[in-house]
Design a protein around this ligand. Structure first.
Ligand code: NAD
Length: 263
């Protein structure tokens, strides 16, 4: 059991299609004890049965990351119920609808601020607040996407947020390395989740990735979960500040292979 004796918190489960659910499943299978958070009361009803599935019915807490008081309250609850922790999963992103279609240059300051606050700053704030609880061999994981490295149609504002998140991962990794805390990101290929439903023409992204990735398929939440478990476990004890692509190899492609032999 690769995570026996490890305790941690996973932020970002909305339902059993969530990438965070895939990570929870693989960590629980390897013996981890997991606390869960939910955004609001309607998601609470979905997260509670998922927590129960992993034997964590008493470890479910509210945490809207746009509210600093809820992050502080989360720290208090985790300290009381778990004491020291060994991992944090930040699987959270949000951009107002207007930032996920149309002309990029029409994005408003308000939409920009919201996306950066929830999708990027929240990682910094959660890590800072929970830092006193982290053991000296702990691991933090966030979720990013290739749209922060290269242009992807309609990903627009979230692309800029993911670029900032990628660098946040690296700066946090340097800050926390001396305390034995690692910080990594998984850049997952497209997966049909609640958050993905907000991106225009998402179905086309899935088809394109399947057709043009070296493995000729789309990644599953279980596969991202396995890679997440590796980054959260001591198997990756020398890995930090990394943006690890779990995308069936799509990111290596400069151009799709085309057969020109028929002229
Ligand atoms: P999801 O909808 O299941 O998860 C997104 C989560 O963010 C939800 O649980 C939601 O409650 C939470 N959230 C939003 N605003 C919040 C707030 N203010 N406070 C607390 N939580 C909040 O979708 P997902 O695809 O599993 O997304 C998880 C992460 O994976 C996101 O960062 C997303 O950008 C990233 N990602 C997704 C894909 C994909 O194709 N689905 C690909 C690469 C990266």
């Amino acid at each position: 059991m690769l995570m026996a004796g490890k305790k941690g918190v996973i932020l970002g489960v909305a339902n059993n299609k969530s990438i965070a659910y895939g990570i929870a499943k693989q960590c629980a299978a390897q013996g981890a004890k997991i606390a869960f958070t939910y955004l609001n009361d309607s998601l609470k009803k979905r997260v509670e049965p998922i927590a129960a599935e992993f034997g964590s019915e008493d470890l479910v807490y509210p945490c809207d990351v746009s509210n600093p008081e809820e992050i502080k309250a989360l720290k208090e609850s985790l300290e009381k119920d778990l004491g020291q922790i060994d991992f944090i999963v930040h699987s959270i992103a949000f951009a107002p609808k207007e930032g996920l279609s149309g002309r990029f240059m029409d994005i408003t300051k308000n939409a920009f601020d919201i996306a950066m606050d929830i999708s990027v700053y929240s990682l910094i704030e959660v890590v800072r607040e929970l830092k006193p609880l982290l053991s000296n061999s702990s691991s933090i994981l966030t979720l990013t996407y290739y749209g922060g490295e290269k242009y992807i149609p309609n990903y627009n504002l979230m692309g800029v947020a993911k670029a900032a998140l990628d660098m946040t991962t690296k700066y946090l990794a340097e800050d926390l390395g001396k305390d034995g805390i690692r910080v990594n990101a998984i850049s997952a290929g497209p997966i049909k989740t609640l958050a993905a439903a907000g991106i225009s023409d998402f179905r086309f992204m899935l088809k394109w990735n399947e057709a043009h990735s070296p493995l000729k398929k789309n990644v599953t939440t279980d596969e991202v979960g396995n890679s997440g478990m590796y980054l959260l476990s001591d198997l990756s004890s020398a890995v930090t500040g990394e943006v690890h692509h779990v995308d069936c190899g799509y990111n290596i492609m400069g151009m799709p292979a085309v057969d020109f032999t028929d002229g």
